[in-house]
Design a protein around this ligand. Structure first.
Ligand code: S3P
Length: 430
């Protein structure tokens, strides 16, 4: 499996914040992570590849970042933009951020608001969107901040700025979100205390100005990428695949719970620990699936997996209801609109709700979805991969308008899928 995208970004960024050399193996070499690597160099560090997935980062230490000599171009990557804006905010430097058309549409108010309270200043022509400049805080004020929306990116941006504050930075999240930042920074020597709150949320306290030790990071396989292959196997009669070293951080595994509740034949073996994160090998065997209504509070643990879960739901028996997903409208695309339009184009009955989807499953295995749709992928890698997976269970081929974005998170997707028996082919110009 390709390396975990969230952990790969963080390994590079946190390496920059240690004095000395951080070594990374299994780094995801997708475009998003390469944007982070390029930014690391512009901020004064270095990131060097020695072999496939093997990287070394020369860090400059907390407080050591320099003003970049060029714009930080973030491409399609929200994680790069938001976490690096946090890092810049915590240093007395200046940086300009820009991205592609998809990223430049995404909301940045969620980081601008808390980071401004910490003393950073933001300017841009288009409100709280990229392109945008950031003037870092000097000094960095410690804050206590309650996240209005559960977001690991926002939490991480605040914690990264807080690393260079003299006091304690506190983030309260309404629901737990992926905690790779906390795990990895603690591993490097930061003092981070996490308290679970009565309603299930979390209070995270970071003591400022730790000395971070360079680390050795082994990046597990990305559960978000694994989800595409697992659903592909589940909906293709006769299939069985095993994926090795898939990350199973409990704040990322909502998709596996959902698939199992749908009756999917998934089994986990060889459970172990890889660099502080649980991993396992996962085997999926095709079989009938039942509809599902995932509890909305599960959303943060599978926020990127709803598009491919929608494909599984389309192939299942019964009516699935996804709710509590307004956040999906501000991902790489409006994923609720993109999935609803795409499923409809493939002959699946679907209703788009303000915060979710209702999907009438076609009944599975012996009742394929009609397919034949031409899908607008809207610069969104996960929409493209989801509908290519849907093609496996479709009577007529499914066509996506663009597959270039897949390289942001899953380089080699097409070759891998075709190696497993899929037929994904470029459409010849008519
Ligand atoms: C990510 C957090 C999630 C997720 C994104 C990666 C991260 O975003 O959708 O793909 O690495 O922290 P939000 O924090 O905006 O929910």
């Amino acid at each position: 499996m390709p390396g975990d995208k969230s952990i790969s970004h963080r390994a590079l960024m946190f390496g920059l914040l240690a004095v000395g050399e951080t070594r990374i193996s299994g780094l995801l070499e997708g475009e998003d992570v390469m944007r982070t690597a390029a930014a690391i160099r512009l901020l004064g560090g270095d990131a060097v590849r020695s072999a496939a997935g093997e990287w070394r980062v020369r860090g400059v230490g907390i407080g050591g970042l320099r003003t970049p000599e060029d714009i930080l171009y973030m491409g399609n990557s929200g994680t790069s933009a938001r976490l690096l804006a946090g890092l810049v905010s915590g240093h007395p430097i200046f940086a300009a951020f820009s991205g592609d058309a998809s990223l430049n549409r995404r909301p940045m108010a969620r980081i601008v608001e808390p980071l401004s309270r910490m003393g950073a200043q933001f300017a841009g022509q288009t409100g709280h969107r990229l392109p945008m400049t950031v003037t870092g805080a000097d000094p960095v004020l410690p804050i206590e901040y309650q996240l209005p929306v559960a977001s690991a990116q926002t939490k991480s941006a605040i914690l990264l700025a807080g690393l260079n504050s003299r006091g304690d930075t506190i983030v309260i999240e309404p629901e737990p979100t992926r905690d790779h930042t906390e795990i990895m920074l603690r591993h490097m020597g930061a003092d981070i205390q996490v308290e679970t709150l009565p309603g299930g949320g979390r209070r995270i306290r970071l003591s400022g100005q730790p000395e971070l030790r360079p680390a050795l990071f082994q990046v597990p396989g990305d559960p978000s990428s694994a989800a595409f292959l697992l659903v592909a196997a589940l909906i293709t009669p006769g299939s069985q695949i095993t994926l090795t070293d898939v990350g199973l951080n409990p704040l990322r595994t909502g998709i596996f719970d959902c698939l199992q509740e749908m009756g999917a034949n998934l089994s986990f073996s060889n459970r172990r620990d890889l660099g502080g994160e649980p991993v396992a090998d996962i085997t999926a065997k095709a079989g009938p699936l039942r509809a599902i209504t995932p509890p909305p509070e599960r959303a943060p643990s599978m926020i990127d997996e709803y598009p491919v879960l929608a494909i599984a739901a389309a192939c299942a028996q019964g009516r699935s209801e996804f709710r509590g997903l307004a956040e999906l409208r501000v991902k790489e695309s409006d994923r609720l609109a993109a999935m609803a339009a795409g499923l409809m184009a493939c002959g699946v009955n679907v209703q788009e709700l303000p915060d979710g989807l209702i999907i009438e499953g076609r009944g599975g295995q012996d009742r394929p979805i009609p397919g034949g749709g031409h899908i607008a992928t809207r610069m969104d890698h996960r929409i493209a991969m989801s509908f290519l997976v849907a093609g496996l269970a479709a009577e007529r081929a499914v066509t996506v308008d663009d597959s270039v974005m897949i390289d942001t998170s899953f380089p080699g997707f097409r070759t891998l899928m075709n190696g497993l028996g899929a037929r994904i082919e470029p459409v010849s110009p008519s």
